[in-house]
Structures are given as structure tokens and as C-alpha cells.
Ligand binder design. Structure first.
Ligand SMILES: C[S@@+](CC[C@H](N)C(=O)[O-])C[C@H]1O[C@@H](n2cnc3c(N)ncnc32)[C@H](O)[C@@H]1O
Ligand code: SF4
Length: 453
């Protein structure tokens, strides 16, 4: 395995979309076309599937130096009210495009730190959204909570407006690691917020843990998993630390590259962690994700409905996903659009009744075929091209690229399908890269992506 890591540990996308953002064709994108594809997709799917809504709440009180998310650090809570007003204005701009009420199937509050906001302001936000929307059947509402500032009142307020799923950032319990990433977070805090959520009636509690952090050892990862076992969250994200210090404003500068585990140590952490998670009762769902068999994500994997989008893995698929707030990405299925990242610019645009997107991509027929294969690989570890509409012009090139992985036992290739073996699962991003025609045609000339392992 160690030779395989050396061979395949290269920079690569995480495929929450295809084409990946750096390869969007910005030239042929236009806001008008984006709106028109959105309206068409909405009309086609709102009645049956409903839509997904992602709301980015960017504020955090304190900077965690490992963090790659889009955030704004402040202790000034006066920012809450105007931000919520702007998100609601942005939502109204979208609702004005549609001639029926959106039916929301999935709503996710991400960040930053949604629990930076007061329970009253989060309630105002959600109630404001539903002034012009309805809940779809079997809706699923979820949010990301920070264990250091989530209160019972937050959990109760969001429960009252329909939230049943929460995920908490845990990362690692070792003090040395927590100091290095500037995130002191005692186990007692995680225990409290996990237990409160259950007492209130949340049906799915998730924890995010990370391997590959500065100063983190294999033993730290094991201890973190064993502590996690005491609380048995329903879902577990087991992320590989993405070291992307070149991204503007992400603050990954509180430690040196030499403080990070080597690729080999990281691989050992991953393998030990994955085995231990299995021993304590978790099943692997897709890349980085594990759950108990009772969780909806496991059931979705089991019955083949697991889906992946900008929010990560989801239990059901909607054709339309609207992203509100700074930096959010929307997906109309035929095109993607991203909001501006700068808070002041965002506020300015929305206050002037302009949907605040600044770039996007209209998917071609070929993009859609490749996206289907990449989604299959990420959600089901296999894909096939039995039908003519699953075939694309460079399929032979893809098979050639995969033949080496087949020799290494990572994939099995037949005349019309490929299957990622158990051994190949840690390398699923590499398998997807073989299908990524944009990467074939133009390898990035600057560093864009984190390492695949
Ligand atoms: C928005 S945060 C979660 C909510 C809240 N802000 C918190 O920190 O508890 C989303 C998650 O992304 C993960 N994450 C952030 N930066 C990462 C990185 N560089 N590599 C891997 N995972 C990362 C962390 O596990 C984090 O919990
Ligand atoms: S990990 Fe969470 S709390 Fe820390 S900076 Fe990132 S988004 Fe904010």
C-alpha cells in the first residue's frame, strides 16, 4: 500500500461538482442563461422533487488555523441582522423568478459558524425563507454547529422550525493538536451539544473529525475515534486534512509544513482510522463519510439513492440547488453559478436587487455524461456505459488511464463498466480524475487542489 500512496498521492479535486470550479468556462457563461436554465429546471422539478437550499453563514468568532472554509472572523455580533436581511433579499430575488412557491426538500445552514448567530436571528432567517416557500414532503433540514458555542436554545429554536439533523466540528481531541490549530475544545463541550440535540429530538447527529493535522499522531487519531465512540454520532465525516495555504484568506499559516505528518504517516492514520471506525460500528458511505446503519445516509447508500453536490453527500437528489449568502454555489443541473465572496460586495449587489453571482458554467452534453460517471463513482464506487448515452468520445483514453490502476488492483474494468475495489476506495478521487476530461486537456499550471490522500 505504501508504494501505491507514493504513486497516487497527487493534487486532485474533491468532486463536489463536475466540471470542477477551476475549469468552469467563464467566457461562455452569462447570468441570463443561468437564470433561464434555473427557471426551466425549477419548473420541471419543483412539484415532484422540490429544491435544495444552502445558506452560507460566514462568521466565526475565532480563527482555526487549519480551516479551508470561506469565513469572516469577527466578534461583532451587530453583523448578524444586516446579513440575514440580505440573505432574505437575495431569496426574494430568486422567488420573483418563479411562478409557484418553491417547495424545499433540503435546507442546510453551513459556514463559517451558523451558531455564531443568535437563536432568534436563525429563527427569523428560517421563517423569512418560508414566507415565500413551502416544505416538501419528507424534508430534511440540517445545520453545522460549533461545539464551543452551540446552546440548548440554538438547538431548540432550530428544532422548532423543522431541523432534525446537526453536525459538529470536532477535528481532534488532543490538546497539542488543538493548540496548533487554534481550537481548544474540550470533550465535555462536544458531549453536551451531542446529548442536548438527542434530548430535544434530533434524529441525526454528526461529528467531523480530521486526520493529517499538524502534530497529529496515529495514536491521537485512534484516541479521537475512541472518544467519539463514547457518543456514537449517527454520522461521521473522517476528512483528510486539506493543506491549501495558497488559498487567499484561509489562514493555514499557524504551523510549518514540517509540523504535518508525512504522506506515509497520513496514510497509516487513514487506514487505522478506517479499520477502527468499522470495529466500533460505522459503515463507509462514500469518500470521507461513515454512518451507523440506522442513519438515512446509510439507507440512501443501501438503496442506491445517495447523491453528492456542493453540500457533500445527501440522501436524495434534487435537480435545483440554490445557494444563498457569500461565496455560495448554485446548481440548476444544466449550469452552475457562484456568488461573490466579498461580504461588502455581496451586500451592495443584493441591496441593489441584483442576484450576486459573479461566475459560472453552462454544462455541455459531454460534461453531463462525465458528471454522471463521476457521481456514480463517488456515490456507488462503480459506473457503467451500457447505454449509448453514457458513452463519450474519449472513453478509450479514460480506459487507458485506468489500466494502470487495474494492474495495481484498485479498479476492475470490464467492456462496459468499472468497479472500484475495496483496495481502490482510498483512491476514488484518482479514479474520477481519469474521467475528468478537463484535467486531461489542460493540466493546471498552478497549485489548485489538495493532495488526494
Ligand atoms: C464550517 S466547519 C463546521 C462548523 C463550525 N464552523 C465548526 O468549526 O465547528 C466545516 C468542517 O469542514 C472541515 N474542514 C475545514 N477545513 C478543512 C481542511 N482544511 N481540511 C479538511 N477538513 C476541513 C472541518 O472538519 C469542519 O468541521
Ligand atoms: S473550522 Fe469552523 S469555526 Fe473554525 S474557522 Fe473554520 S468555519 Fe470557523
Amino acid at each position: 500500500m505504501s508504494n501505491l500512496v507514493q504513486k497516487y498521492n497527487i493534487p486532485g479535486p474533491r468532486y463536489t461538482s463536475y466540471p470542477t470550479v477551476p475549469y468552469w468556462d467563464l467566457e461562455s457563461f452569462s447570468g441570463l442563461q443561468w437564470k433561464s436554465t434555473l427557471i426551466d429546471s425549477f419548473n420541471e422539478s419543483n412539484e415532484d422533487q422540490g429544491i435544495s437550499l444552502y445558506i452560507h453563514l460566514p462568521f466565526c468568532e475565532s480563527l482555526c488555523t487549519f480551516c479551508g472554509c470561506h469565513k469572516r472572523i469577527t466578534k461583532r455580533h451587530e453583523v448578524e441582522n444586516p446579513y440575514i436581511s440580505n440573505v432574505l433579499k437575495e431569496w426574494k430575488l430568486y422567488c420573483d423568478l418563479f411562478n409557484t412557491k418553491p417547495r424545499i426538500k433540503e435546507l442546510h445552514l453551513g459556514g463559517g459558524t451558523p451558531t455564531f448567530f443568535s437563536p432568534e436571528n436563525l429563527t427569523r432567517l428560517v421563517n423569512g425563507i418560508f414566507k415565500t416557500a413551502a416544505r416538501a414532503e419528507n424534508y430534511e433540514f440540517s445545520f453545522e454547529g460549533h461545539p464551543n458555542n452551540t446552546t440548548k436554545e440554538h438547538l431548540q429554536a432550530l428544532y422548532n422550525v423543522g431541523f432534525r439533523r446537526v453536525s459538529y466540528g470536532v477535528q481532534d481531541y488532543n490538546k497539542k493538536v488543538q493548540l496548533a490549530i487554534h481550537r481548544l475544545q474540550p470533550f465535555a463541550n462536544v458531549k453536551n451539544v451531542t446529548e442536548w440535540a438527542r434530548e430535544i429530538g434530533y434524529t441525526s447527529v454528526g461529528h467531523d473529525i480530521i486526520f493529517g493535522l499538524p502534530f497529529q499522531s496515529k495514536d491521537d487519531v485512534a484516541q479521537t475515534i475512541l472518544k467519539t465512540k463514547e457518543l456514537m454520532p449517527d454520522r461521521l465525516a473522517f476528512y483528510s486534512y486539506a493543506h491549501v495555504p495558497w488559498l487567499k484568506g484561509n489562514g493555514q499559516r499557524g504551523y510549518k509544513d514540517s509540523d504535518l505528518p508525512t504522506a506515509e504517516e497520513k496514510r497509516e492514520q487513514y487506514e487505522m482510522g478506517k479499520a477502527l471506525l468499522g470495529e466500533v460500528g460505522y459503515s463507509e458511505i462514500g469518500m470521507d463519510h461513515f454512518s451507523l446503519k440506522t442513519d438515512t445516509l446509510y439507507k440512501a447508500m443501501d438503496n442506491g439513492t445517495l447523491h453528492r453536490n456542493f453540500m457533500g453527500y445527501t440522501a436524495s437528489k434534487t435537480r435545483v440547488m440554490i445557494g444563498l449568502g457569500v461565496s455560495s454555489i448554485s446548481d440548476s443541473w444544466d449550469s452552475f453559478a457562484q456568488n461573490v465572496k466579498n461580504l461588502e460586495e455581496y451586500s451592495h449587489l443584493v441591496e441593489n436587487n441584483i442576484i450576486p453571482i459573479y461566475r459560472g458554467h453552462i454544462l455541455t452534453k459531454e460534461d453531463k455524461i462525465i458528471r454522471k460517471h463521476i457521481l456514480n463513482l463517488m456515490c456507488r464506487f462503480k459506473t457503467s456505459w451500457e447505454n449509448q448515452h453514457e458513452v463519450f468520445s474519449e472513453l478509450d483514453v479514460v480506459r487507458d488511464k485506468l489500466s494502470e490502476m487495474a494492474l495495481d488492483g484498485l479498479v476492475e474494468i470490464s467492456s462496459d463498466s468499472i468497479y472500484v475495489t475495496e483496495k481502490g476506495r482510498p483512491f476514488v478521487r484518482n479514479v474520477c480524475m481519469a474521467f475528468d476530461l478537463f484535467l486531461h486537456r489542460k493540466a493546471p499550471d498552478t497549485r489548485l487542489f489538495s493532495m488526494t490522500i
